[in-house]
Design a protein around this ligand. Structure first.
Ligand code: UTP
Length: 234
């Protein structure tokens, strides 16, 4: 059975707004829909507000130890993964009750369950990279990056009104936008983690970048249907 792999940015699950309840209910329905179509799912959940809050609190004491700050971020991603896993179990999905802490365990658990949910693995990257590594390991057709922007842009559209929106782009074009494969400061990232982008480029793994706040777009991408967003391929 084919597995679809997606990373859901923590800002989708843990924004500081009220409609996150609706979003989570929609996610549970979408997952049910996709597994009923015969796909397995591996979902990697980002840290969002708790990661930023926790890293921000600790930064006054731990300001140069990036690994320590990363570990706080990882704890937040696992908290969020637990919320998603428990919500999916409660709504009748066959979800692994354990949150894997590394790629090998995630691959193993996905053999026995329709859905595996996890957060981060180790310091030095973000959950985008975890999902891309997992998609590569599972031989998935692509890795879905559900974030809070609609597309990949040539530069930040909030600060540059001439930013170009990509419907499709190559890995080469993406790597020019995200920059070298280096870990940025804990708790901060651009549209895609450059480390993950470079792994995808080397593995020739397609990426699907979309606005995950729109559950229908996310459901369509998970189900292998066309979706509004950016396809990174070739
Ligand atoms: P996220 O994956 O949420 O990072 O992990 P992000 O992309 O910066 O945040 P959003 O999704 O846009 O809100 C949160 C933080 O946890 C650490 C990193 O410090 C990251 O910034 N982390 C996460 C790791 O060190 N390793 C991991 O495998 C995952």
């Amino acid at each position: 059975m084919r597995t679809r792999v997606a990373t859901l940015g923590g800002s989708l699950l843990r924004p500081e707004v009220e409609d996150r309840h609706e979003w989570l209910i929609g996610l549970c329905k979408a997952v049910n829909d996709v597994t009923s179509s015969g796909y397995k799912l591996a979902l990697v959940i980002g840290g969002g507000a708790p990661a930023r809050e926790g890293i921000g609190l600790a930064r006054s004491i731990i300001n140069t130890n990036t690994e320590a700050l990363d570990r706080i971020g990882i704890a937040a991603t696992r908290l969020n993964a637990t919320i998603v896993a428990e919500a999916l179990i409660e709504t009748g999905n066959d979800v692994c009750p354990l949150i894997p802490t590394n790629i090998q365990d995630a691959v193993e658990y996905s053999e026995n369950h329709d859905v595996v949910v996890m957060g981060g693995t180790e310091p030095g990257h973000t959950t985008d990279t975890v999902a891309i590594q997992l998609a590569k390991e599972l031989g998935a057709e692509c890795c879905i990056i559900a974030t809070n922007v609609g597309h990949v842009y040539s530069s930040d559209p909030r600060t540059n009104e001439d930013a170009k929106k990509f419907e499709t782009m190559t890995h080469e074009e993406l790597s020019e936008i995200v920059g070298p494969a280096e870990h940025q400061n804990a708790g901060r990232s651009g549209v895609i983690d450059p480390i993950g982008a470079s792994i995808a480029k080397e593995a020739l793994l397609n990426l699907a970048v979309l606005d995950g706040r729109d559950i229908e777009r996310l459901r369509a991408a998970l189900n292998g249907e066309s979706f509004e967003g950016t396809n990174v391929e070739g």
